[in-house]
Design a protein around this ligand. Structure first.
Ligand code: C5P
Length: 234
């Protein structure tokens, strides 16, 4: 069943070096996959990792999930947006002033990068949220945060694939949804709100983040074949 369009899959390069990341990237076609560079790899290699994979023709999602006071987020994002990235993100739990500061940083930069807000991490469940003192359940919290993001001209959200339909209903089909926590063969590990590829697409997810399904796979070529069996080549 071919259900995924080229470039809808974002591979999370959760590695400690460019060398290790390259051992996966060598299997990937930039016409089919995008790449996500997160805290782990960026902390080791810094901006040169972006140059490296940009030169290979990939669109890059710089996933640093900024979460700080508005002034710090503004300045950090302004600096990050000097890099050539396709998408980057903030935590929506940083508050509305922080979200506005992030939007202003993008407006005041030359970058065309998509700016996305993390709603509630897919590693969290209802128990965690209650323990943190929230009195609403996760779907409601995700809804509130998504509406705040949309109101402040953020391009979309990171959420669980389980929450996509409700978000699209409230914020419109053009409001981007990026969904990690996708499981094909791997165990849930530290993820709580997981979904299959089929569920994510059926619910309308725009971008699917695949991490350990690929990086921890015992047979990468086989897993790539399996993933590509879902991809429609136009
Ligand atoms: O598929 P896997 O569980 O390995 O995906 C992990 C990746 O997804 C990590 O790079 C993590 O930072 C990212 N992630 C995310 N937002 C979440 C949960 C995970 O960007 N809510």
């Amino acid at each position: 069943m071919k259900i995924i369009k080229p470039k809808q899959i974002i591979v999370a390069l959760d590695f400690d070096s460019i060398k290790e990341a390259s051992s996966i990237v060598k299997y990937l076609d930039p016409e089919i996959y995008r790449l996500k560079i997160g805290k782990q790899l960026f902390a080791c290699e810094g901006p040169k990792v972006l140059d490296k994979f940009n030169k290979q023709g990939f669109d890059l999602f710089l996933d640093l999930k900024l979460h700080d006071i508005p002034n710090t987020v503004y300045k950090a994002l302004k600096n990050l947006l000097n890099q050539d990235v396709w998408m980057t993100n903030i935590h929506l739990l940083g508050g509305e002033e922080m979200i506005q500061a992030a939007r202003e940083a993008r407006e005041n930069s030359k970058s065309k990068a998509l700016l996305i807000g993390v709603t509630v991490l897919t590693s969290l469940d209802e128990f965690n949220i209650k323990n943190m003192g929230f009195s609403v359940r996760i779907p409601e919290l995700v809804k509130i945060l998504s509406i705040t993001a949309k109101k402040n001209n953020i391009d979309g959200v990171v959420c669980s694939a389980q929450e996509v339909s409700e978000i699209k209903k409230n914020s419109g089909k053009d409001f981007i949804t990026v969904t990690p926590g996708i499981r094909i063969e791997q165990k849930n590990n530290d993820q709580a709100r997981v979904a299959s590829l089929e569920e994510a697409i059926k619910n309308g997810s725009d971008y699917i983040v695949l991490g350990r399904e690929l990086t921890a796979s015992k047979d990468i070529s086989k897993m790539i074949k399996k993933i590509e069996s879902y991809i429609i080549c136009e």
